[in-house]
Ligand binder design. Structure first.
Ligand code: HEC
Ligand code: HEC
Ligand code: HEC
Ligand code: HEC
Length: 500
């Protein structure tokens, strides 16, 4: 090719064309720059603070005045319409879907009521409504400690600062009823001055410390998961003070946590049929997620559950935390090129396969509890039952660990399948032991099974008086809750908020 100077000398028109072309390009660049500056100005305008409030301010609507987009999208967690094959935003009655669960939790409040979780907007109402918190008609009664409120509200960091952490946990649930009224929100995850992500729950900070790590050194991408790990984790209430503790001292695997519980001989309750000292798994979402390929590749919870959103040319974080399957275009498809249908099918395939074996484990475990009760009734003693109960404890820990984390079968399908396979082996071992015990007591037939085909039948079998429980709850909801809410409104009306 000839040098440009020579071409222009031969055909001057090309020189003029180059000149004019350059002018047009410079003009367009100028337009672009001005539009960018305008957008910036708009963004700055949108973020001009309207109010000044304290870090501990628990009311989302107050924070929302400064950040209306984040606030409005967060309030969409109230929407309960989305339903996927196995999850979604609906409050589904899980005991009605799987009556075996009533047997597995006999003697524990979960056998009274257990629903599929829904959006953060519902956190307070759902814990007030559920039969598990019963019907405390005064401050001192009721089965639950203050610790139960820990993952429900930005009133929690406020109260911990006011009362002290240990005092907070030590309260009864009812004592704090008129104090904890705002659903999970801004103050749980954000610093009020900088809006940076920050950790407000001491249990997570303390778990890191015991592992010799400093959570303030976490990277920005790690924080996009750690804010969720304040609540979406396995935990237990330690000692008389019901001090909220994460069982991570030996590591993040199911076995490492089991070893911790076994070492301190921890039991959440004694099973009312099999008399096994049981562990209730909570919702080890973060821990199981850590075993999956997305965690391994540095993907965070927020990447799938809080994708970016554009509105009026502004990009912000969509705070409508929900199933990513309701928003595949902005979640999965940011990284994957496949069609929506295929990506959703990928999720369903993994869930279906995991749940196939989890259902088998559920049925085996329900049988094991009922057979153990039969052996006790036939006169078996502690020594004879010891091995069987050890296997039941281990089997149910594995089942619950995989079932209580609703995202597990997608977050880490291989790990979840492994845990369930382990559980099936333990449940079979337990049943084998019980057969041996029964044989030594002279019984060699099959153990007769009760009819537990519906939630109602299963609850009647374990001796729950649902009529009374529901009646007491109704009284509590009608008489106590309005009082709690009106006392809270009065208290909050004196909180310092400065209009700017
Ligand atoms: C302060 C505790 C807390 C924090 C922090 C928290 N969650 Fe939750 N989350 C909950 C509770 C409690 C529920 C169940 C609410 C209900 O069912 O009433 C829930 C429900 C959910 C659901 C189910 C919603 C649906 O529509 O099915 C998803 C998904 C979820 N959280 C994801 C996250 C993610 C992602 C983060 C971090 C960005 C996070 N959560 C941070 C406590 C928390
Ligand atoms: C469960 C934790 C959680 C809660 C609750 C929460 N946020 Fe966020 N917020 C996040 C995450 C994660 C990001 C993304 C931060 C990042 O990547 O820098 C974010 C980002 C933001 C940003 C930065 C700009 C943007 O859009 O990325 C603002 C402002 C904000 N949130 C406001 C709020 C307000 C207001 C509320 C209450 C209505 C709220 N947030 C509740 C986790 C939370
Ligand atoms: C790669 C994407 C991805 C990441 C990263 C991710 N999730 Fe999920 N999560 C999903 C999908 C997909 C589901 C299944 C949704 C369904 O079945 O409707 C799910 C389900 C859930 C559920 C149950 C939702 C329901 O409707 O009941 C919770 C809670 C949850 N995830 C929390 C988390 C937390 C906490 C983290 C980080 C520790 C995380 N997720 C990381 C994709 C992701
Ligand atoms: C932030 C990027 C990112 C997002 C968002 C994301 N993925 Fe992935 N996904 C990855 C990476 C990286 C891998 C690892 C594959 C590799 O390295 O080749 C992966 C792997 C997978 C795999 C194969 C691994 C397995 O579990 O068997 C599937 C299936 C998958 N993703 C589905 C999804 C779906 C469905 C969503 C939305 C709910 C999603 N991903 C969201 C980055 C992402």
């Amino acid at each position: 090719m000839k040098p440009i100077g020579e071409i222009v000398k031969q055909k001057p028109i090309i020189g003029w064309m180059l000149f004019l072309g350059t002018i047009v390009i410079v003009f367009l660049l100028g337009l672009l720059a001005s539009s960018i500056i305008e957008r910036r100005a708009e963004a700055l305008f949108a973020y001009t603070p309207q109010v000044e409030h304290e870090q501990w301010e628990p009311r989302n609507e107050v924070w929302g005045k400064n950040f209306p987009r984040q606030y409005q999208s967060y309030m969409q967690t109230a929407d309960t319409t989305f339903e996927s094959k196995h999850n979604g935003a609906q409050k589904k009655d899980m005991l009605a879907e799987i009556p075996e669960m009533v047997i597995l939790w006999a003697g524990y409040p979960f056998s009274k009521e257990y629903n599929q979780g829904r959006g953060h907007y519902w956190a307070i109402k759902d814990v007030q409504d559920i039969l598990r918190t019963a019907a405390p008609m005064d401050d001192k009664s009721g089965p639950m400690p203050g610790t139960c409120w820990t993952c429900k509200s930005p009133d929690v960091p406020r109260l911990m600062e006011e009362k002290g952490i240990a005092e907070f946990y030590k309260s009864t649930w009812a004592e704090l009823g008129d104090e904890v009224v705002n659903h999970i929100g801004c103050a749980d995850c954000h610093d009020a001055k900088t809006m940076d992500l920050h950790i407000t729950r001491p249990a997570l900070v303390e778990a890191f410390q015991r592992q010799g790590r400093d959570i303030t050194k976490a990277t920005h991408q790690e924080m996009r998961s750690l804010v969720c790990a304040q609540c979406h984790v396995e935990y237990y209430f330690k000692g008389e003070g019901k001090y909220l503790t994460f069982p991570w001292d030996k590591g993040f695997t199911m076995e490492a946590m089991e070893e911790h519980y076994d070492e301190i001989q921890f039991a959440d309750w004694t099973h009312s049929l099999s008399k096994t000292p049981m562990i209730k798994a909570q919702h080890p979402d973060y821990e199981i997620f850590m075993m999956g390929v997305h965690y391994d590749r540095g993907v965070s919870c927020a990447d799938c559950h809080m994708p970016y959103k554009s509105e009026g040319g502004m990009k912000f974080t969509n705070h409508h935390i929900q199933s990513p399957l309701n928003n595949v275009a902005n979640t999965c498809q940011v990284c994957h090129r496949e069609e929506t249908e295929k990506l959703v099918q990928n999720v369903y395939d993994r869930q279906d396969k995991v749940i196939e074996n989890r259902t088998k484990l559920e049925k085996l475990l329900a049988k094991a509890h009922i057979e153990a009760k039969f052996a006790w009734d036939k006169g078996a003693n502690d020594k004879q039952m010891e091995a069987a109960l050890k296997h039941i404890r281990a089997a149910q820990w594995r089942w619950d660990y995989s079932a209580a984390s609703h995202g597990a079968s997608y977050h880490a399908p291989l790990e979840t399948s492994r845990i369930i396979a382990n559980g099936i082996e333990k449940a079979q071992e337990a049943r084998l032991e019980i057969t041996r015990v029964l044989a030594s007591l002279g019984y060699s037939q099959e153990v007769p099974m009760p009819d537990i085909s519906t939630k109602e039948k299963a609850q009647a079998y374990i001796g729950l008086d649902m009529k009374t429980l529901n009646k007491e709850k109704k009284n509590f909801l009608e008489q106590i809750i309005p009082e709690w809410l009106s006392r809270a409104k009065e208290r909050e009306s004196s909180y310092p908020v400065k209009n700017l």
